[in-house]
Design a binder for this molecule. Structure first.
Ligand code: SF4
Length: 486
């Protein structure tokens, strides 16, 4: 499909919506134009091919409280949806909300005073979100609103990136380093990270930030030895004023990397949140997906964590893994729920790196995971969990979401703040992004500073990092209240 769009700012939206609605984009040309007349904005979409020639128009009124761009987006969304759904049988669960963070739209209307029924009506009729997902977005927006109210404008979070893994899972779409040669550079990498931590702390306090939460993520941070974990957290404590209230999460990741000693190091550093991620409890599915651990190793790691410290434990599962079935996925979930972890995250398989075998499997299973993910949500809610953060990725199985659940009061603030762009995120290490967030709402401005993707580049060129520090400092010096000027 070729796109001919008068206002280029709608291109990505139309392209991604088309990708969600068509298994493969049809041959032909898609045209879109918008027109404003008085307080009405009209969008006209047309698709022309050898077989079809279809045109639809949709309009939206420009309300003072919502502004022109929201009205234009609404009209474009409605026109593109109507046109595409005339040509496709697919109805993605989040309708025209093709972005990573659909909760933002719900939060926006909640903050603009829409009642719960009005919000559901808006999401289902104007954004074509399925009712069950609209109710979920409303619930999440309310949780988020509560967290936002507790965040000060100076609050920021810190991400420590360990993009290394002991081996590579077949479905992985993450840039992680698993070759023994790369792992051999882990010490060097950590020493560079410690330097970067010191400099980040100087910048952080220099621009008046307060540390709200820290997340050690990967890859598989469990590849760090206990001595390496200890050195990293000693550095963090020396550089940042950690208070007992600073939330710290250590994602250990693969259960086969978890040991009692590592858990003890974390506990001794006052860390109260760990993630141990089996993804499935079927040994067969684990093998098929190249995850080199067993279900028993997950149980052992989980029980060690329970014995070693007062940890809030998160476990990750994936819906749609190659070789799994909805029944098998729900069985894994039942077994995890029986352990009663404080947090649980259910991901939907991201198809972008699917091998040919996996693609064939995914095509054959089209449509079967939506019900399983919905059953999983009800099972979690029945066990006393609440969904608390959500994000979507492109090309997930059946366009489903990744959803985090928590027992009441056990939510991970880092996850919400980072996923929903509620405050600045400072990142240390390769493959991570520092984000400055200036304003909430429809015109929120975000500036991203990417580090090098790979540890080798990160180690060979500290210059990029230095430039990033200087640029952030300059932005804050020029305009401390709104450093993000785009
Ligand atoms: S553990 Fe995670 S990051 Fe590492 S290879 Fe497997 S899926 Fe990728």
């Amino acid at each position: 499909m070729d796109f001919e769009i008068a206002n280029n700012s709608h291109f990505l939206f139309c392209y991604h919506l088309a990708k969600e609605l068509f298994a493969s984009l049809p041959d032909g040309r898609f045209f879109l134009q918008t027109q404003v007349s008085g307080d009405i904005v009209r969008a006209t979409a047309r698709f022309a091919s050898d077989r079809d020639d279809l045109t639809v128009s949709q309009s939206a009124s420009i309300k003072r409280e919502f502004g022109l761009s929201r009205a234009e987006n609404l009209a474009v969304g409605k026109a593109a949806w109507e046109l595409f759904t005339n040509l496709s049988d697919r109805r993605p669960p989040y309708g025209v909300l093709v972005g990573v963070r659909p909760t933002k739209v719900a939060l926006y209307y909640l903050e603009h005073g829409l009642s719960d029924p009005e919000l559901i009506d808006r999401l289902t009729h104007d954004y074509f979100v399925r009712k069950e997902k609209a109710l979920l977005l409303l619930k999440l927006a309310k949780t988020e609103k509560r967290i936002v109210e507790n965040l000060a404008s100076s609050d920021a979070v810190l991400y420590l990136s360990i993009p290394f893994c002991p081996s590579r899972c077949k479905y992985c779409s993450f840039i992680s380093q698993s070759a023994p040669k790369q792992l051999a550079r882990l010490d060097e990498y950590l020493s560079r990270m410690r330097e970067e931590l010191q400099k980040t702390a100087e910048l952080f306090f220099g621009i008046g930030k307060t540390l709200k939460a820290v997340y050690l993520g990967g890859g598989t941070p469990g590849v760090l030895t206990e001595a390496q974990l200890d050195a990293l957290f000693c550095e963090l404590e020396a550089d940042f004023n950690l208070s007992p209230d600073t939330e710290i999460t250590a994602e250990l990741g693969r259960p086969d990397t978890v040991t009692a000693e590592k858990l003890r190091v974390l506990s001794d550093h006052g860390i109260r949140r760990v993630c141990i991620n089996p993804q499935t409890l079927s040994d067969e599915v684990l093998r098929e997906n190249g995850r080199s651990h067993t279900a028993k190793q997950f149980y052992d790691a989980y029980s060690l964590a329970r014995k070693t410290g007062r940890f809030c434990i998160n476990a990750d599962l994936i819906a749609g893994l190659s070789g799994d079935t909805p029944q098998g996925f729900l069985k894994s979930l039942t077994e995890i729920l029986a352990l009663d972890p404080e947090n649980l995250t259910i991901h939907s398989l991201c198809k972008k790196r699917a091998s040919e075998d996996e693609s064939a499997f995914l095509a054959a299973s089209e449509g079967i995971w939506t019900g399983a993910v919905s059953d999983a949500m009800h099972a979690c809610i029945n066990r006393g969990y609440e969904p608390y953060y959500l994000y979507r990725q492109k090309n997930t199985i059946e366009n489903l979401e990744n959803l985090g659940y928590a027992k009441p009061g056990q939510e991970c603030v880092y996850n919400i703040a980072m996923m929903e762009d509620l405050c600045d995120v400072f990142s240390v290490g390769a493959g991570a992004i520092t984000k400055l967030i200036s304003k909430k709402g429809p015109h929120q401005k975000i500036r991203r500073f990417a580090s090098y993707k790979y540890p080798t580049e990160y180690l060979s060129d500290p210059g990029k990092r230095e430039k990033r520090f200087m640029e952030i400092k300059r932005l804050y010096m020029e305009n401390p209240d709104d450093p993000v000027v785009l």
